[in-house]
Design a protein around this ligand. Structure first.
Ligand code: ZN
Length: 305
C-alpha cells in the first residue's frame, strides 16, 4: 500500500487542449506504458461535447481498451447527469464530476451556474449504480482566470451542499490556474478537512503555471492529503483557463516523494521513459523538470557549485 496515491490525469487534462488528434491506438499504447510504470488510477478521458473538446471524442474506445489492462482503475470526467449516464453505459465504474466554485468559470466551462451544476451532481448520484465510485472535482477552488482569488468561504459553502449529497465521495480541490500558493493550499485543506471529516479522501489537482505546483503538493501533503493529480511530462493547460499551463509533472512528484522516503508505488525510470514519449506528442506543451534532469545524466554540471 502506497503512502500517497498519484492519479495520472495526462490522458484527460494533458491531452484535451492539444489540437492535432492523438490517434486512439497511440493513446492506448501510452496508457499501457503508464500502467507499466505503476500508475493504477488514470483519468483516461472525459464524456463531454465532441465539438467543444474533439480530442476527447474517443473516450469510450479508450475506456473499452482499459478492460484489457489488469490493475488499471480508469476514471472519466463528466460535467452533467447526462454525460454521467453516457459514461456508465460505456462501462465506466469510476466517475469524476466536475464543477467550478467560480460562477464565471463554471458558465464558461459547462454553461451553468455552480448551483445548477450541484443539482446535476445530485441527479447523477441518483441515476448511476450505487457501487459507482465517485470523485468530486472542485475546479477554481483557489483561483479563477476570470474572478481571481476565490474566498475560502465560497468554496466551503459550495462543499456544504455537495458533501451532503454524498458524504463519502473523494473530494479534489483543483488549482485550475496554478495561481494558488502553499499558504492558501494549506489553509483551505485544513478548513475543509475540519468542516467535512466524513469525506472519504481529499485530493489536490495542481497546475504548475507559476512553478508552485510541487510546493503546493507538499503543503497539501503536510495537511494530510494523500491523493495527488499529475500529468506525465507535465502535459496540459486548460482550454477554458487562458494562460494555464500543464499539471504538475507525474515524474516530478514521483521524484520528490521518493527523495522524501514516501512510497508512491511508481517506477521512476519507467515514468521518465513514458514522459519522454509524452513530450513528443505533436501539439503538446510539456513541462516539469525531472524528465530533463534524468535524461541528461542527472543534470549535474562540473565543476559543481
Ligand atoms: Zn486541470
Amino acid at each position: 500500500m502506497s503512502a500517497v496515491e498519484i492519479v495520472e490525469v495526462g490522458p484527460r487534462d494533458g491531452y484535451q487542449g492539444i489540437g492535432p488528434f492523438i490517434p486512439t491506438e497511440r493513446k492506448i499504447a501510452l496508457l499501457e506504458q503508464l500502467a507499466a510504470a505503476g500508475l493504477k488510477r488514470i483519468e483516461i478521458g472525459s464524456f463531454v461535447s465532441a465539438s467543444a473538446l474533439p480530442q476527447m471524442r474517443d473516450t469510450a474506445d479508450v475506456l473499452a481498451a482499459c478492460a484489457r489492462m489488469p490493475g488499471v482503475d480508469p476514471q472519466v470526467l463528466v460535467p452533467s447527469e447526462r454525460r454521467g449516464r453516457d459514461a456508465v453505459a460505456a462501462g465506466a465504474r469510476h466517475l469524476v464530476f466536475v464543477l467550478s466554485v467560480s460562477e464565471a468559470h463554471n458558465r464558461n466551462n459547462v454553461r451553468r451556474a455552480p448551483d445548477e451544476s450541484a443539482g446535476e451532481y445530485e441527479r447523477l448520484l441518483a441515476a448511476v449504480p450505487a457501487d459507482t465510485r465517485i470523485r468530486l472535482d472542485l475546479a477554481t477552488a483557489f483561483d479563477c482566470p476570470f474572478e481571481g482569488r476565490i474566498p475560502e468561504d465560497k468554496a466551503l459553502a459550495l462543499l456544504e451542499r455537495l458533501v451532503a449529497a454524498k458524504p463519502d465521495a473523494e473530494i479534489c480541490l483543483c488549482d485550475t490556474t496554478g495561481r494558488a500558493d502553499p499558504a492558501h493550499v494549506a489553509s483551505l485543506f485544513a478548513r475543509a478537512r475540519a468542516a467535512f471529516p466524513q469525506a472519504e479522501a481529499w485530493a489536490l489537482h495542481a497546475h504548475d503555471t507559476y512553478g508552485l505546483g510541487l510546493a503546493n503538493v507538499h503543503a497539501a501533503y503536510r495537511e494530510g492529503v494523500t491523493v495527488f493529480d499529475a500529468s506525465f511530462a507535465g502535459l496540459g493547460g486548460c482550454p477554458f483557463a487562458p494562460g494555464a499551463t500543464g499539471n504538475v509533472a507525474t515524474e516530478d512528484l514521483a521524484w520528490m516523494f521518493a527523495r522524501m522516503g514516501v512510497a508512491t508505488g511508481l517506477d521512476l525510470d519507467a515514468l521518465v521513459a513514458v514522459a519522454r514519449d509524452g513530450a513528443e506528442i505533436p501539439g503538446g506543451l510539456p513541462g516539469g523538470r525531472v524528465r530533463a534532469a534524468l535524461s541528461t545524466g542527472g543534470g549535474v554540471c562540473a565543476p559543481t557549485t
